[in-house]
Design a protein around this ligand. Sequence first.
Ligand code: CTP
Ligand code: MG
Length: 178
Amino acid sequence: MNFLITAIWLMLPAYLPNNFAVILGGGRPIDGGRTFADGHRILGDGKTIRGTIGGILAGISVGLIQNALAPALGLPTFGEGPEVILVLGGLSLGAMLGDIVASFFKRRIGLARGASLFLVDQLDFVFGSWVLTVILAPAWFMERFTPLIIFTALVITPVLHRVTNIIGYRIKAKKEPW
Ligand code: CTP
Ligand code: MG
């Protein structure tokens, strides 16, 4: 049971940017409306500057709050001193970058903005957050993301993603339920 809570706790700064991007998104798309050589949009209207920056800041902010609460709750911290910003930056920025890279490839295979791509939609931000965190704070990552935590995150994230997106769709924050 403990590993489940720990996995969600450690992944929260990677989960939240997506949710906040849905709420805060809109306005100018990152690609500025431009198309790629194949004639399709580079990223599409679903990746906006406001959503991306808002999402990253939300993920880092919540991570800082978690870090302050961690000792009292007996849960892991996101590092010590300057490492905290590398870890939280890695998790939050990495999550948004993973999602953006996935949109780039979705457009390349001709999928319209908002079309679903099974497992890529559910896990792109997970891999993005892990890759950037391994680069920025390898020691922290290796210590915290044990094989059990990694396995748990891979299993629970698609489920949590689906549930939050259905809620997002029902409250009309999201256009599609995936
Ligand atoms: N969003 C945003 N900026 C981001 C990511 C998301 O503004 N970097 C907002 C957009 O309003 C987007 C919504 O959150 O429509 C849902 O995100 P997502 O499902 O990732 O985008 P899709 O619209 O499904 O587009 P894509 O097909 O490119 O995944
Ligand atoms: Mg989508």
